[in-house]
Design a binder for this molecule. Structure first.
Ligand code: NAP
Length: 248
């Protein structure tokens, strides 16, 4: 049985990494997928083809999640083309790490805009459609860093902690309309990006995790399937850590 058969999902930032993993697993579970990217046009178009090859409707959109007007435009186009929006996954995110002493105002603002304001932009944009449908599942990608903090990541930690407060508030506002809002807090997830890091350092991180490995995009994607599907019909306002036990 496919858990997301006939549902339509919008996933932000799916040209690579975790977002791409979610798009692929969602298509395998029967979901139609509209996804965004910021600049990776080639990989986005390739993913679009791969998803269509799995027998679902799929389309890549170049859209800056940090822009309020672009988010409105995107959701309008997706609603027109796909006919419904059942699932929103706010996954797009960036880092601009630096110690507080060295961090610039620009790098603080940019991370807040792309990681946190984007969640406001997209949630506000889908709200009307989901209210009309009287159903919806919103999944926001935070991080263990949003719960625990991390030296050198004040901007990122603030954005990811902000997502948790925002998401719980949306759960309270929209619960009566059968719209659910949950957060995933991934730990160390291995992607193309982390493959470029020094192997010895990465092994050290793996050894410190109770499950003794880094996570995969599929580990996060499978949790998204649960939160997007009717299996989690009575789950809202929660933060689910997908971290191999890192914060235990
Ligand atoms: P990634 O490989 O760097 O991919 C980021 C994605 O977001 C790309 O598709 C990128 O598009 C897109 N993006 C960036 N800025 C955007 C914007 N302004 N508008 C729309 N799309 C934008 O990141 P990742 O590691 O998969 O992480 C995905 C999410 O999980 C992020 O929110 C991150 O904070 C969170 N997370 C990751 C980890 C980890 O270990 N990897 C751990 C905890 C949380 P382009 O390709 O066009 O640039």
């Amino acid at each position: 049985m496919k858990l997301l058969e006939g549902k339509t999902a919008i996933i932000t930032g799916a040209s690579r990494g975790i977002g791409k993993g979610i798009a692929l697993v969602f298509a395998e579970q029967g979901a139609n997928v509209a996804f965004t990217y910021s600049s990776s046009e080639g990989p986005a178009k390739e993913l679009e083809k791969e998803l269509i090859g799995k027998g679902v409707k799929a389309k890549a959109y170049k859209s800056d999640a940090a822009s309020f007007s672009e988010a409105q435009e995107l959701v309008g186009e997706v609603a027109k083309e796909f006919g419904a929006i059942d699932i929103l996954i706010n996954n797009a995110g960036i880092t601009k790490d630096n110690l507080l002493m060295r961090i610039s105002e620009e790098d603080f603002d940019k991370v807040i805009e792309v990681n946190l304001k984007s969640v406001f932009n997209m949630t506000k944009a889908v709200q009307r459609t989901m209210l009309k449908q009287r159903k919806g599942s919103i999944i926001n990608m935070s991080s263990v860093v949003g719960i625990k903090g991390n030296a050198g990541q004040t901007n990122y930690a603030a954005s990811k902690a902000g997502i948790i407060g925002f998401s719980k508030s949306v759960a309270l506002e929209l619960g009566s309309r059968n719209i659910r809002s949950n957060v995933i807090a991934p730990g160390f997830i291995e992607t193309e990006m982390t493959a470029k890091l020094d192997e010895k350092t990465v092994q050290g991180w793996r050894d410190a995790i109770p499950l003794k490995r880094g996570g995969t995009p599929e580990d996060v994607a499978n949790t998204c399937v649960f939160l997007a599907s009717d299996l989690s019909a009575y789950v809202t306002g929660q933060v689910l850590n997908v971290d191999g036990g890192m914060l235990t």
